[in-house]
Ligand binder design. Structure first.
Ligand code: CA2
Length: 164
């Protein structure tokens, strides 16, 4: 079976394509998922894409991914800036985490400049709109390929950063 990547989307991202197209674009989450599935397949990967408006549900899905997936791509939306619970769940994962944003939070209000998830993310993709999802799956495919060649101690480093 193909390795599976969990693609998680946080609160209000179910409104994509419906409101605020100037910031978040015109694609719906379903449009994005369709393109992402094809892109993942081209790398020999499967995706499991989900969206929730609830922090606890996202935490439960991250825990589920620990045993079913090879990596997580996550757009935590507003929880990026607030959620220690999501950070802790990701810290318990042994696989690569990629943080993703449609907009570039660093060009926006100051409260969006801090990300808890960044402490555990291998990398961050931000500001490329819906195309960022495909960039993230390309990056994940490369990470997993490289990881197959040489296992990395990256989680230990992330835990050290989070403990500071
Ligand atoms: O740029 C991103 O992807 C964000 O994660 C989006 C979050 C925001 O809180 C982060 O700072 C950056 C907001 C998602 C809200 O999505 C909507 C989509 C369409 C209409 C309204 C909200």
């Amino acid at each position: 079976m193909n390795a599976k990547i969990m693609v998680l989307n946080g609160p209000n991202l179910n409104l994509l394509g419906v409101r605020q197209p100037d910031i978040y674009g015109r694609d719906t989450l379903a449009d994005i998922e369709k393109r992402l599935r094809a892109r993942a397949q081209s790398h020999g990967l499967a995706i499991d894409m989900r969206q929730s408006n609830h922090e606890g549900e996202l935490v439960t899905w991250i825990q589920e991914a620990r045993t079913t997936c090879a990596g997580i791509i996550i757009n935590p939306a507003a929880y990026t800036h607030t959620s220690v619970a999501i950070l802790d769940a990701l810290l318990a994962c042994e696989f690569p985490v990629i943080e993703l944003h449609l907009s570039n939070p660093h060009q926006r209000e100051e409260f969006r400049h801090r990300s808890f998830v960044t402490l555990v993310a291998k990398g961050v993709i931000a500001g490329f709109g819906a195309h960022g999802y495909e960039l993230a799956v390309d990056a994940m495919a490369k990470l997993l390929k490289d990881q197959g060649a040489e296992p990395k101690p990256e989680k230990r480093e992330a835990r050290k950063r989070a403990a500071k």
